[in-house]
Design a protein around this ligand. Structure first.
Ligand SMILES: [Mg+2]
Length: 269
């Protein structure tokens, strides 16, 4: 049995647009009962919201097929057993994941400061987070992305906010999201397969492919997002990784990696 850890943005969709062959690829996995998880560094949305967004794009997945950096952060913090009091710098997806895992969100004497993207980040929030960390709260970062693609161009991600918190506090966070082995190992465990039987598919060499390679998975870089046919060599050099496969898109992946299943799907009425 082969399983799949699939990135979202730049792999299945770009903002509000589905990427060609994404819906067909997910249908192929569903029809053949192949285990997969959609693994995203985006901490702002809940799995329910991700599934709804994808439904609007014509890609049918259930919320339990989505695994976010917020869920992985909650799982990591629960394992640490440092306490259950959490100060959150982040959006709804992070707050909901932490509450669902039994954490108490508080401004007073937290055991953890957990930070993701926060599009209403302020000087006051920076000050509070830094003071809590200086007072001994463990600092957890959902994902290290410094910049993100968005409809209006690039925008700063959680990693850029983290740079200010680290600069002020002198404390480096525990990083949860890709390429961290923390999220990769949790996701692999959810699939219940040995890493060597898992394909990690994504558009970002520095996060998806590096994370997959470090975890011992097979890796496929698709040229539909951060990596493109034009920049792929430069991206691989700067990330210092070599994927097992470079694919134009997900149809190309099916052709190269799973020709048997692809043929079965094509022959089905
Ligand atoms: Mg991506």
């Amino acid at each position: 049995m082969i399983g799949f850890l699939i990135d979202l943005d730049g792999t299945l969709y770009r903002g509000r647009e589905p990427i060609p062959h994404a819906a067909a690829f997910i249908r192929l996995l569903n029809d053949n009962h192949l285990p997969y998880l959609l693994v995203t560094n985006n901490s702002s949305r809940t799995p329910q919201q991700v599934a709804e967004h994808m439904h609007e794009l014509g890609i049918e997945v259930t919320p339990d097929a989505v695994y976010t950096s917020s869920q992985a952060a909650a799982q990591y913090m629960a394992e640490q057993r440092h306490g259950s009091r959490v100060h959150v710098v982040g959006e709804a997806g992070l707050q909901i994941a932490l509450e669902a895992a039994g954490f108490l969100l508080t401004e007073e004497t937290p055991d953890f400061v957990v930070q993701g993207i926060d599009r209403s980040f302020t000087y006051t929030k920076l000050t509070e987070a830094v003071r809590h960390i200086k007072n001994g709260a463990a600092y957890v970062l959902t994902n290290p992305d410094r910049m993100l693609p968005s409809d209006g161009g690039l925008m700063p991600g959680a990693g850029s906010l983290a740079a200010s918190i680290t600069s002020a506090s002198g404390v480096e966070p525990v990083v949860i999201g890709k390429p961290s082995p923390i999220i990769m190992n949790y996701a692999i465990a959810r699939l219940g397969l040995p890493p060597a039987d898992v394909w990690v598919i994504g558009d970002n060499a520095a996060t998806d492919i590096r994370g997959g390679a470090v975890a011992g998975c097979r890796t496929a870089l698709v040229l539909t997002g951060v990596a493109t046919a034009e920049n792929v060599q430069a991206q691989l050099e700067s990330a210092g990784v070599t994927p097992d496969m470079i694919c134009e898109d997900l149809q190309d992946f099916i052709r190269k990696a799973m020709p048997q299943d692809g043929a079965n799907a094509a022959n089905r009425p």
